[in-house]
Design a binder for this molecule. Structure first.
Ligand SMILES: Nc1ncnc2c1ncn2[C@@H]1O[C@H](COP(=O)(O)OP(=O)(O)OP(=O)(O)O)[C@@H](O)[C@H]1O
Ligand SMILES: [Mg+2]
Length: 332
């Protein structure tokens, strides 16, 4: 069964105007999010994962500017709406942010204030998106804390964030993201700051909530283990572009882009003999302000074809179609 497409991102382009010149952080990013499915976004630091998330929510930091593209809510329906065309401060966009689309940060304290109790903050988030009395919002907040697995929520609701462990804080962060009952959730490295055991618990929680609520989940991570465990489809990003898109099983068995294969080789294998040097990808990610010619990965690519890969860009991927943006693939 093909699930409803909740969000269609098309040709998203974001520039940062810096003193040293224009940094092209995103250069034509496209993908779809479907109800009840998880799209993983993976890639090395600086490839544009967070900028993609923030663009959709219209909270790109200055001096960043969205210079092109669309982010269509409910594409192809009578309600279709382009988030990129909206005023980021408008009532409508504020309603969508947190209402239709929830955001979970790597560090929950990004979303939480140290000055207020957990309860105050969730109640405020609940009331921002629902017409509820204070008492009803408090009940809803307790219910949310219970849903995210916080023990004794009727007591914990009056705690301050600093009184909670990192794991509990991230559960509160997830409760905050769910306060407006979103059908799309963007989680930006939600478990990176947690220890391994807590990480597994929070991932379990996210998976359970996603299934129960049929959420379209966009999961940003640089961890291929998280991708393997959580995702249905995967978009691999490199320097502001999606360079490979694949169902998760295919990504691990028949990855098509040399960059994806390099990322997978860099994953520590449980089968690796002890003391064997871990593979890393050779070379550093170039700064987006100094983008290599042609395919931006060519200086680091094991399959580099001189005169081809450095001369022109491979064709971009069509959204929803599995493949790699690489000259090893048949070009249109
Ligand atoms: N506030 C900013 N000012 C200037 N440039 C920025 C800013 N935020 C992002 N960029 C540019 O956009 C690029 C993409 O950044 P982004 O934060 O999306 O990377 P990321 O993939 O989320 O990396 P990480 O894995 O480290 O979180 C950066 O390499 C940087 O050049
Ligand atoms: Mg990031």
């Amino acid at each position: 069964m093909v699930e409803r497409t909740s969000l269609a991102v098309r040709d998203l382009a974001v520039h940062f105007e810096m003193e040293q010149g224009t940094v092209r952080a995103l250069e034509g990013v496209s993908f779809d999010l479907h109800a009840g499915r998880t799209l993983g976004i993976v890639g090395e630091s600086g490839c544009g994962k967070s900028v993609t998330a923030r663009s959709i929510l219209r909270i790109v930091d200055r001096p960043g500017r969205i210079v092109g593209g669309q982010a269509l809510l409910d594409p192809g329906t009578a309600e279709e709406a382009d988030l990129i065309a909206m005023d980021p401060e408008s009532r409508r966009m504020r309603g969508i942010r947190g209402g239709r689309i929830g955001l979970i940060f790597q560090e929950p304290m990004t979303a939480l204030s140290v000055h207020y109790t957990v309860g105050n903050q969730i109640i405020e988030a609940v009331r921002a998106h629902n017409d509820l009395s204070k008492a009803a919002a408090r009940d809803r907040a307790i219910e949310l804390l219970r849903e995210v697995g916080i023990p004794r929520p009727e007591l914990r609701i009056d705690a301050y964030p600093f009184q909670l462990s990192g794991g509990l804080r991230q559960r509160v962060g997830i409760a905050m993201a769910l306060a407006g009952d979103p059908d799309i959730v963007i989680a930006d490295e939600p478990t990176t700051a947690l220890d391994v055991t807590t990480q597994a618990q929070v991932l379990d929680l996210l998976r359970r909530l996603q299934r129960e609520k049929n959420i379209a989940l966009m999961l940003i991570t640089h961890d291929m283990g998280v991708i393997a465990e959580m995702c249905d489809e995967v978009a691999v990003m490199y320097l502001g572009r999606v360079v490979e898109y694949a169902p998760v099983a295919d990504l691990f068995t028949t990855s098509r882009h040399p960059y994806t294969r390099a990322l997978l080789r860099a994953v520590p294998s449980i089968l690796a003999t002890p003391r064997q040097r871990l593979a890393t990808i050779g070379g550093a990610v170039p700064h987006p302000g100094a983008r290599p010619s042609g395919c931006a990965f060519h200086p680091r690519c094991s399959d580099f074809m001189p005169g081809r890969c450095d001369a022109a860009s491979p064709a971009p991927l069509r959204p929803g179609e599995a493949g790699a943006s690489c000259f090893l693939e048949a070009q249109p």
